[in-house]
Design a protein around this ligand. Structure first.
Ligand code: GLU
Length: 449
């Protein structure tokens, strides 16, 4: 049987980076095994689900390069199937209507707590066929049965069936609850491997009982570690951006997927393409413990990908109109795309206070003279690195050091006290612009306060 996996996000928010990682591991597993990777939209929560979020999930997956195969399935379209399966279970006595009130359930829970028993509902309506409304529960036997499954990542996991109680599977015939809908859909889609976050481990024994009650084959399960913030708590909004879309403005999709892949799995190297990830991927080797979302590592990975961009790719992505030389100066230093604005002097004339031009204790007059010498040298120059290195080196020797020559040049060209080498900037912005900026610096120093 060929491998079929899925992710099943709810369109009640943007695609979370954790779901992005699940999508990646599902996708890698499918590609590795020649299988299919599908998307199911779990939109049963009608009040909170929106079409906008659904669209944003498609967009985020497409951006990450994890486009699902085949048709997209939507839970809201399966109500009829849920209803007939529920009717069947009710008719067979495998499920039943429970009419206990909230107060009664609360009293039962308190009683169990006082006896140090796990909270669960043990229903005495189970055998009554008279009720035809109320919540629908699965009739779980109160015996010593142990429900076992072999988690591909975590190994054997066991649960005592008697601790589950008669858990609810639907609010009514037309309102199936999560565990029931998931089982129905995974079976209907013929999902072979359910690969999802470890927060669903405790749902798995319930789902196994539902599969059994429905007489459906049980898929394999693999529970992925949760993504943690650097303080090792579950990554949430208070730690910053958690939606995949939030990363679009600063990160390359290849970098984010490389990062998400490598924080839960040890690949042979830090930077690798999806194809390389596919060839190395072994689901059973996904880490068991939480994957820390280390932004510094993400930035480092992103910087490696930014460096590999061609000038036209970079210009296409950022919309910047700069020379290819300027692109190189930026991409060699950039961790996040939006930080490219720090290099605005490469495409527009910088503004700066003229005091910044002053090297250490030099006077305004001395700095002006230094800039004028540079100008005299640059004006007739056949533009090129070697000649510039030699000429400005010569001027530095005369001045008794690099500082008096290079400092004011740097400020004149970049408007900053820290920047790439002024020679690199001059080559990137070109002769005309360089002369114009140095001249402007001289004029500024000339101006009376
Ligand atoms: N809608 C569930 C979630 O987003 C899906 C769980 C599952 O994969 O079974 O957590």
């Amino acid at each position: 049987m060929s491998v079929k996996v899925r992710i099943a996000p709810s369109p009640t928010g943007f695609l979370h980076v954790g779901t992005g990682q699940s999508a990646l591991y599902n996708w890698l597993f499918a590609r590795k095994n020649g299988g299919t990777f599908q998307l199911r939209i779990e939109d049963t929560d009608r009040e909170r689900s929106t079409k906008e979020y659904e669209q944003s999930i498609f967009d985020a997956l497409a951006w990450l390069g994890l486009t699902p195969d085949g048709e997209i399935s939507r839970q809201s379209e399966h109500a009829g199937q849920y209803r007939s399966a529920l009717e069947e279970l009710l008719a067979e006595g495998k499920a039943f209507y429970c009419r206990h009130t909230q107060e009664e359930l609360e009293a039962e829970r308190k009683n169990q707590e006082s006896k140090k028993e796990p909270p669960r509902h043990l229903c005495d309506h189970k055998n009554s066929r008279e009720e035809e409304s109320g919540i629908i529960r699965l009739a779980v036997k109160e015996d010593d049965r142990i429900i076992k499954f072999d988690d591909i990542i975590r190994g054997p996991i066991e649960f005592q069936a008697s601790l589950l109680g008669d858990f609810s599977i639907a609010k009514s015939l037309d309102e199936a609850l999560y565990n029931f809908a998931v089982v129905m859909d995974d079976a209907d889609m013929r999902i072979t491997h359910v690969i999802r976050g470890e927060d669903h481990i405790s749902n798995t024994p319930k789902q196994i009982l539902i599969y059994e009650a429905l007489g459906l084959p049980i898929p394999h399960f693999a529970h992925l570690p949760l993504i943690l913030a650097s303080d090792r708590s579950k990554l949430s909004k208070r730690h910053g951006a958690v939606a995949v879309v939030d990363y679009k403005k600063d990160y390359l999709p290849e970098a984010l997927s490389n990062f998400l892949g490598s924080i839960g799995y040890t690949f042979s190297k830090e930077i690798l393409t999806k194809e390389e990830m596919i060839s190395e991927f072994d689901l059973s080797k996904v880490h068991k413990s939480g994957a820390v979302f280390d932004v510094k590592k993400l930035n480092w990975i992103n910087a490696q990908y930014i460096r590999r961009l061609s000038a036209s790719e970079f210009k296409g992505l950022t919309g910047l109109k700069v020379s290819d030389e300027a692109v190189l100066l930026i991409t060699e230093r950039l961790e996040k795309l939006s930080d490219a604005s720090e290099f605005s002097y490469l495409w527009s004339e910088p503004e700066y206070p003229k005091e910044l031009l002053l090297w250490k204790t030099s006077s305004s007059e001395e700095v002006k003279q230094s800039l004028e010498k540079s100008l005299k040298f640059l004006e007739p120059l056949e533009w090129g690195r070697e000649a510039m290195v030699a000429g400005l080196g010569h001027l530095s020797n005369e001045a008794g050091g690099k500082g008096p020559v290079f400092w004011p040049l740097r400020v004149a060209l970049s408007g900053k006290d820290k920047s790439p080498d002024p020679i690199d900037i001059a080559l990137a912005i070109g002769k005309e612009e360089t002369i114009k900026r140095v001249q402007k610096a001289v004029n500024q120093l000339d101006e009376q306060d």
